[in-house]
Write a protein that binds this ligand. Structure first.
Ligand code: SF4
Length: 327
């Protein structure tokens, strides 16, 4: 059976159900790289430029981890997933960066995904899959039915997220779900956790941030629980529209969380070396100054961040909130 490799990084956290359903329905085997570990991170660091952000380094490590086991590596060249806004340039250049830096890669499927016009956010994936499907079959009906299966799977995934399921649960990673269920009765605080899903939900690079918060008695709400419309509505309140899709998601989520009176605090997890985030971070920090009842903590991670230091900061932050509330 033909094997398709998918690196467990970056847009995996947004689109894996879509991709998996499409390839499986076409009759191909999907091989996912393992969870991030030290070897994967070290490989990523060795093969990328030092200027790359941490998530891109992690992506390289994952591509290497799966490359030898597969016939094709799926690295779509994602440019726009909605009209009038762009994905970070590092995503657009991923296939080129991989080719430039890694030897002996399997065939890269780097089909362009570009939602240029109104209503294209789904159409761009249909166009991509039509092109990808033609690599493997001439059966147009099979490609069409695989696209339908893929869109259904993605719709169910988004529905599970909007119903409040944490992303790893929605992706059927039960590890986090088990911990959450076990600690549920002891959770006394609720914190809005802002950040890209490839940082928040990668247990290795986030140093198990979500689990740590659970063990400190904190439940979390993340941008994934908001609908696209909720995020868009809030980000549209800015005097000037942001043209980075991921930055818009962070701004829209932060504004939504700021207006959510049931939250006890906010944590914003960013990665060192992220260009688009430099602006968003500053805006969120300014809003924080206007709401002294909702404390904000910024956590910036890179490959050198130490787990003990992060835990100390989380403990101090949650303790400070508990004292304010006298929990
Ligand atoms: S948005 Fe930032 S963190 Fe994400 S890939 Fe681009 S530069 Fe890296």
């Amino acid at each position: 059976m033909v094997k398709i490799g998918i690196p467990r990084a970056l847009f995996y956290y947004y689109y894996y159900p879509l991709w998996r359903a499409f390839f499986n329905s076409l009759g191909l085997e999907v091989i996912l790289s393992p969870q991030t570990n030290k070897a994967i991170l070290d490989d990523g660091i060795k093969t990328t430029l030092s200027e790359a952000c941490l998530p891109v380094k992690v992506f390289f490590g994952h591509a290497m981890a799966v490359a030898e086991q597969v016939d094709y590596l799926f690295v779509p060249r994602i440019t726009r997933v909605e009209p009038k806004a762009y994905i970070c340039p590092k995503f657009m250049g991923l296939p080129d960066m991989l080719r430039a830096r890694l030897q002996n890669l399997p065939v890269l499927i780097d089909t362009v995904v570009d939602a240029g016009r109104e209503g294209d956010s789904i159409q761009c994936w249909e166009d991509c899959f039509q092109e990808v499907g033609s690599i493997f079959t001439r059966d147009k009906q099979l490609v069409d039915s695989s696209i339908k299966a893929a869109l259904q799977a993605q719709g169910q995934f988004k529905k599970r997220l909007n119903e409040g399921m944490l992303l790893p649960q929605a992706l059927e990673d039960i590890d986090v779900a088990e911990v959450a269920a076990a600690l549920q009765p002891h959770l006394t605080l609720k914190i809005g956790l802002i950040g890209h899903p490839y940082n928040l939900y990668d247990p290795y690079i986030s140093m198990n941030l979500i689990k740590k918060l659970y063990t400190l008695g904190v439940s979390v709400v993340t941008p994934e629980s908001l609908t696209d419309n909720e995020i868009e509505d809030k980000s549209n309140k800015l005097p000037k529209r942001l043209f980075w899709t991921l930055g818009k998601r962070m701004i829209g989520s932060a504004l939504n969380f700021y207006q959510n009176r049931r939250l006890d605090g906010l944590i914003y997890l960013t990665s060192f070396g992220c260009g688009p985030e430099a602006l968003v971070e500053e805006m969120v920090a300014r809003w924080a100054k206007q709401r002294d009842d909702l404390p904000l903590m910024m956590l910036t991670i890179d490959e050198h961040t130490g787990e003990a230091g992060m835990l100390t900061r989380l403990e101090a932050f949650t303790e400070m909130i508990k004292r304010r509330h006298k929990v």
